[in-house]
Design a protein around this ligand. Sequence first.
Ligand SMILES: [Zn+2]
Length: 372
Amino acid sequence: MLTESEAAVARAVLTHGPLSRSALSARLRLSPPSLTRLTRPLVDAGILVELDEDGDGSVGRPSRPLDISPAAGTFVGVKLTGDHLYLVATDIRAAVRGRSDRPLAASTPGAVVDAITASVADLEPSDVRGLGVSLGGHVAAGVAVDAPFLGWRDVSLADQLAARLGIPVTLENDVVALAEAERWFGVGRDLPGFAIVTVGAGVGFGLVVDGRTVRTPDAGAGTVGHLPLVPSGPSCPEGHRGCAAALLTTTAISARVSQAHGRRVGYDEAVSLARDGDPAARKVMDAAGDALGNLCALAANLTLQSDIVLAGEGVEAFELVRDRVERSLARGRERSASTVSIHPDRSGFSAWARGAAAVAIQAAMGRISLDG
Ligand SMILES: [Zn+2]
């Protein structure tokens, strides 16, 4: 295994590279000789590579930037819902190189292992170094302790998949995995802490404080999904007035626009109607924007973080009502409190599977050793 310092160098090059030696020294607060001592074995082992110097004619070894080896392999991320799986293949920086999805024939663990195995085979990724799976629910040490969408309790999915595929497999809660992807490869790279709010089929919440993702058992419990946001708002299926699920989910938005139009309107159509200025759809989206601003204010107020990453398939609609979100967020803040920045992750639904891949990458970085 790498020493802690060597691992820090490898990780800095992975998440911020390619980096010149001087930029790397400054980032890790290391003297040039210490950096040389730490990078030499990583370069010798083929983990890091030295790139050609920038083409300005100046020559000299110290200016050659360091990058992670292009032979670092492929990673696969899978997001499981109750009836579907979504898969991406990524490089070691979690950049998506291929994707596929398929309905689950059944949600038993055996059927899910079969479906993931078949999807990986279909995509034919080369040189897979790790697979990550994420799902809604409580996950611990590769075991889905409680996954209500799948009806699972204590399913050792990571072990079952690793035995079938013959590669290392990680399992993580979906919002935690998304937070990890943002922390290493997204806007979180340069933020010590942030809250993450996901909007889509559900409303999710995650938290990174002092560079660490909060992973208590409640991190997967969906504690924010029914948080009250608008006292006089519509009701969710569980009867709460104005909760997050009643205002922000794709199902709620589609149901409310359908009701106004007297016909079934899907979520995508509801968003495009709002974009085209349809008054009923616009009203629903405006209410969602106000509620989302309230949720962001609550998140910032209670976590003492002033950066909020917004992710999930509902982010695209957020752009339509960004003004309202920001106005309602500002109304919910103390005047003396710092201004909250919202960072939308525009990768939509694929952010979920990419999050699972990011966790597989983190695990692979933890397995690196200098003797191959
Ligand atoms: Zn509710």
